[in-house]
Design a protein around this ligand. Structure first.
Ligand SMILES: N[C@@H](CCC(=O)N[C@@H](CS)C(=O)NCC(=O)O)C(=O)O
Length: 309
């Protein structure tokens, strides 16, 4: 049985990014379905409060945010690489743009009435209301874009991406897919699923062909697992050792200090624990939970803030 557990739900774009990376790398995994809105009691028992989707678990190590999850999958299975040497800086930077700017432009484009009808038409008015209240609370004061702005800006972004596929290049940065392809893919996958507003993709035929090429990686093999089973695995496991990893002290903190780690953009739920890792690209805290036992929760440095508790 694979050690990798993905906590996710089917129509989450960021989860689709990771499912497709698992397909690209041919890594077998376990699938735990989590609720689309709060509360998410099994998930937050593992994370200590972080509620975004997806989360990856390996034993008693919990990995938040797809930027870090992709790095961990690369460590586990380096080939085929998401970060080819020749373009690694460019790939990571394009990926960060796609996961933030492109993603929120896509959400604003899809959340116009016709798009909502395509994606959520099957929900009752009460369910739709609960979803909308949850996401409004989650986003807090994060800036919002009108559908008119979003649609106009998305058309321009799509043209720029189409330009990257000139000269018959199969992937955005050349002959091999990189992390940037997976980050752009998940947002465009979401547009394609919002059928009433997916026509925007018709103007960029190379991008459509690329979408089909990317989708062919599939999700590889997975088995269903319950949230309870995942919690039991965390409880029975010991977090991977972190001793010996050089500690990068940027916040006047020492290993073992009680800190909180919180996203800087939305869903600002702090996770509190003892700091066990602070590297150029990662923070991790150790915490204990009645149901999950002692776990280490990992975050990327980019997009998160560390504070002494
Ligand atoms: N930067 C995060 C973004 C994750 C994210 O925003 N996921 C969306 C779903 S695609 C989410 O969490 N929505 C609220 C929820 O699922 O509770 C990542 O890369 O993992």
């Amino acid at each position: 049985m694979s050690d990798i557990i993905l906590h996710h739900y089917p129509n989450s774009p960021f989860a689709e990014k990771i499912r497709l990376i698992l397909g690209f790398k041919q890594i077998a995994w376990n699938s735990v379905m989590i609720p689309v809105i709060m509360p998410k009691p099994d998930l937050t028992a593992l994370t200590g409060g972080y509620r975004r989707t997806p989360v990856m678990q390996i034993g008693a190590d919990i990995y938040c945010d797809t930027a870090l999850i992709a790095d961990v999958l690369e460590r586990i299975s380096p080939s085929p690489s998401l970060y080819p040497d020749a373009v690694t800086g460019l790939a990571r930077t394009l990926s960060q743009w796609a996961d933030s700017t492109l993603f929120w432009t896509v959400i604003a484009h899809c959340m116009q009435p016709a798009g909502i009808q395509s994606m959520f038409g099957h929900l009752t008015p009460e369910q739709l209301k609960a979803f909308s209240v949850d996401r409004t609370q989650m986003r807090g004061n994060a800036p919002r874009m009108s559908p008119a702005e979003a649609t106009g800006q998305l058309s321009e972004y799509l043209r720029r991406l189409e330009d990257m596929l000139s000269d018959g290049k199969p992937y955005l940065l050349g002959q091999q897919p990189t992390i940037a392809d997976f980050s752009v893919y998940h947002s465009l996958w979401y547009v394609r699923n919002a059928k009433a507003v997916a026509g925007i993709l018709d103007a960029t035929p190379k991008l459509m062909t690329w979408l089909v090429r990317m989708a062919a990686f599939g999700h590889h093999q997975f088995e269903k697992m319950s949230g309870e089973q995942a919690l039991a695995i965390a409880y029975e496991s010991t977090p991977a050792a972190t001793d010996g990893t050089p500690f990068l002290n940027t916040h006047d903190v020492a290993p073992g200090d009680l800190v909180t780690i919180t996203p800087t953009d939305y869903a600002l739920d702090p996770v509190q624990g003892e700091l066990v890792l602070s590297t150029a690209n990662e923070f991790a805290v150790r915490r204990s939970d009645e149901r999950a036992g002692t776990v280490v929760v990992h975050f990327p440095r980019l997009g998160f803030q560390l504070k002494k508790a």
